[in-house]
Ligand binder design. Structure first.
Ligand code: UGY
Ligand code: MN
Length: 246
């Protein structure tokens, strides 16, 4: 029998690991017939918000982005999306980016559809237009190798243009793959493991992680990871980019 007083989740000053065993639902206005788990938020010191929404059949997400842009990624299942007047069916591993001031509506989910969201308050850049609505999908063939290491591949899901102040990438580590160095950087990350297992080092503490786990890395949180187990490990992650450091 599992002991309910134990968890792999930790929340520290500059990083967190959130495993599904401790989820407690939040009610979000306009998001109905679903459970919403706010995995990362400014309440913990972060400058992004990351949620995981699980919809029942008949559930819907209706709203309008205000100061924060929202990136929606279908982790499993499918649903109908209408974002900024553009309608599409979104299946697992497809996504849509809703810039600030955009109406969105997601309906007709299959039972249990899971949607991951990243929210960031948009910082306009003079001389560059605010990005438009952007749809896309996960595609390993569009993922170049990372730092000359054949075991590591990163797909950038949003255009790498100055108008965007956030990136969302999918990072695939083949078996035996690991970050080539301990990264120490100002940019922040929120991530969700989509596949496999890994060991993550965060500020010199070591965490076994797996599919379904979320991680927050604050600015300058030192980070290193290696794939573990018999299949590649894959995560989707957020990063703030393209703005002058204040
Ligand atoms: O983009 C990044 O900073 C990425 N290489 N970091 C990470 O996966 N922890
Ligand atoms: Mn990094």
């Amino acid at each position: 029998m599992e002991i309910s007083a134990l968890t792999r989740s930790v929340v520290k000053r500059n990083h967190a690991v959130i495993a599904p065993d401790g989820y407690v639902n939040s009610n979000v206005p306009g998001w109905t017939d679903c459970t919403v788990n706010v995995l990362i938020n400014e309440q913990m010191g972060a400058r992004l918000c990351q949620t995981l929404v699980t919809l029942r059949a008949g559930g819907q997400l209706r709203g309008r982005t205000e100061a924060a842009q929202i990136f929606f990624y279908v982790v499993s299942g499918q649903l109908q999306a209408e974002v900024g007047g553009e309608a599409r069916t979104l299946r697992a591993d497809q996504y849509v980016y809703a810039p600030i001031g955009t109406d969105y509506l997601f309906t007709e989910p299959t039972e249990g559809t899971q949607v991951l969201t990243f929210h960031k308050v948009y910082e306009p850049l003079p001389g560059h237009a605010t990005p438009g609505v952007y749809f896309g999908e996960r595609d390993l063939s569009k993922a170049p190798i990372f730092m000359n290491d054949e075991a590591l591949r990163i797909q950038e899901l949003l255009p790498n243009e100055p108008g965007f102040d956030m990136a969302v990438n999918i990072f695939t580590y083949d078996i035996g793959g690991h970050l080539p160095m301990v990264e120490t950087h100002i940019m922040e990350h929120g991530l969700l493991y989509l596949q496999g297992q890994a060991i993550y080092m965060l500020d010199h503490e070591w965490y076994p992680v797996k599919k379904g786990d979320a991680i927050w890395m604050g600015p300058y949180c030192q980070q290193w990871a290696t794939a573990m187990g018999k299949e590649p490990s894959v995560y989707i992650y957020y990063k703030n980019v393209n703005r002058f450091p204040t």
